[in-house]
Ligand binder design. Structure first.
Ligand code: BG6
Ligand code: GLC
Length: 482
């Protein structure tokens, strides 16, 4: 099979032939820091498999491997109207999902950008904000009111421990969130309380992770779906495992749930390798971690996910400038601000179609007040490429590890999130990363990443439907109570 390698330098935008020798040397050094070889990918994947297993063991490990108590694989025949909210890293989405029962659905949704201050707001502000958005949505959609409380599936995109489908104790905030008074507590009653205050007729019936939602939404329409993935502000995956192979849940199953039943697991593998056994972490990653609200957590995520990509680039640029070979005599006060470059910044650098990288020039001038030289722009472009490439290549180790653990030789891995959907080249680089890991000799790749089905809100609705059905049938939706 012929794979496309990197384009030869003479065809690349912003070619490096004008770059002075000293700067070129520094760039090569940075390229080698961010380069992840096929061999390293395979080594990381093998360790990943062990870590997934460790997370399911009684003793536990770095990766939380949270049992999600979603105990059914959707048949595609589920029907009914459900509300879903999706609290992600950047938006709150409220969705009304009408499940058609023939692997089809209709959605009506509103998106409410999370105010920038929300990451560090007070707990009540967060819940009141969500309840307020829900109230508005329900009033718009049901101007005549409703006769029965609307069942709601709550997609909460943070690690939350569950011993049943309708609870979630936040283990710790991730993705830069740092709201006091939520960690260690069950978020469902907090939301339900705020909904009650607003007097909205809604009952929260299921709490799920965005990866679980993505998994179930895609499984509703595509039975080949083996996992749900988010490559966005954060990075994570969910898949179905066999209950009998979850040692930490031993003795907790009851009713219809037995050893051979399947359960969705929210891996929370952004925490992979927090002990840094295999990840090739650079000094920039160390700095990001040390300065984050939760140092030592989410080691994998901090190297690859959207919340951090611009920051890695910023630190690499400052490093070059500190060596006196970059941005000479420029005002760097803006560039010195942590997190000033969101992911759209490296994405726009990579998208610049012009030979002289004039879009990059405008970007640095307009957003940072920095005037760039031709050579600097070529280096900036190359840096964005290697950082983006590292992200995509490392990201797929989670997919490969789940496939190896479950013995999947073929799979559809359903993916969502801003990096997957918008970062240039991510999909191609990720596919190449998988090929490097598995070294397939087949014409078609047997494990492919496919765009997920319309957001995890649909998954939350399907899970709410599955949960209501289980409850009607008197089946269990959580662990045995002692
Ligand atoms: C959305 C999913 O499309 O992607 C959400 O529906 C998920 O559930 C989100 O949280 C993740 O992307 P980002 O980029 O907003 O973190
Ligand atoms: C972070 C969260 C996780 C979520 C992921 C993608 O890793 O901890 O729950 O699935 O981001 O949004």
């Amino acid at each position: 099979m012929v794979h496309l390698g990197p384009k030869p330098p003479q065809h690349r935008k912003g070619s490096l032939h004008d770059v002075p020798e000293a700067l070129l040397k520094e760039l090569e050094q940075l390229e080698s820091v961010f380069n992840v070889s096929a061999e390293t990918l395979r080594k990381i994947t093998d360790h990943f498999v062990l870590e997934l297993e460790k997370g399911l063991s009684k003793k536990g490990g770095n990766i939380p491997m949270i049992p999600g108590w979603v105990l059914d694989f959707p048949t595609g025949k589920e029907t009914g109207d459900y509300l879903a909210i999706d609290l992600g890293g950047t938006n709150l989405r409220v969705v009304l999902v009408k499940l058609g029962g023939n692997r089809d659905f209709d959605t009506t949704q509103s998106k409410y950008p999370l105010p920038a201050t929300m990451r560090t707001a007070k707990s009540e502000e967060l819940w009141d904000f969500i309840a307020g958005c829900l109230k508005k949505f329900v009033e718009d959609e049901y101007p005549e009111g409703v006769t029965e409380p609307l069942p709601l599936g709550f997609t909460f995109s943070y690690p939350a421990s569950q011993s049943s489908i309708n609870e979630g104790f936040l283990q710790r905030w991730t993705k830069g969130f740092d709201i006091d008074g939520v960690e260690g507590r069950d978020v469902v009653p907090m939301l339900q309380e705020a909904i009650k205050k607003e007097n909205v007729p809604i009952e929260v019936v299921a709490l799920i992770n965005d990866t679980t939602g993505t998994l179930v939404a895609s499984a509703y329409t595509d039975p080949e779906t083996k996992m749900g993935l988010i490559f966005g502000t954060g990075c994570n995956g969910a898949y179905y495992d066999v209950c009998g192979e979850i040692p930490k849940l031993e003795g907790q199953f009851h009713g219809d749930v037995a050893g051979e039943s399947l359960m969705a697991i929210n891996c929370e593998y952004g925490a992979f390798d927090n002990e840094l056994a295999v990840l090739p972490r650079s000094k920039f990653d160390h700095q990001i971690d040390a300065e984050s609200p939760r140092p030592g957590q989410q080691a994998f995520e901090k190297m690859i996910s959207g919340y951090y990509l611009g920051e890695v680039l910023r630190l690499a640029l400052l490093d070059l400038s500190a060596k006196g070979i970059f941005f000479k005599d420029q005002d760097l006060s803006k560039l010195n601000q942590p997190f000033i470059l969101d992911t759209s910044f490296p994405a726009r650098i990579e998208e610049d179609p012009y030979e002289n990288l004039s879009d990059v020039q405008d970007l640095f001038q307009q957003e940072l007040g920095i005037q760039t030289t031709d050579a600097e722009r070529s280096v900036i472009r190359r840096l964005a490429e290697v950082i983006g490439e590292r992200s995509a290549r490392l990201s797929v180790c989670g997919i490969a590890a789940i496939c190896k653990k479950r013995g999947y030789k073929t799979a559809h891995a359903a993916a969502d999130g801003s990096v997957f959907n918008k970062y240039p080249g991510f999909k191609e680089r990720a596919a190449k990363g998988l090929r490097d890991i598995f070294q397939w000799e087949t014409k078609e790749d047997p494990i492919i990443i496919v765009p997920a089905e319309d957001g995890s809100g649909v998954g939350a609705a399907v899970i709410a439907a599955l949960t209501e059905k289980r409850l009607r049938e008197g089946k269990s939706v959580g662990a045995k109570k002692n």
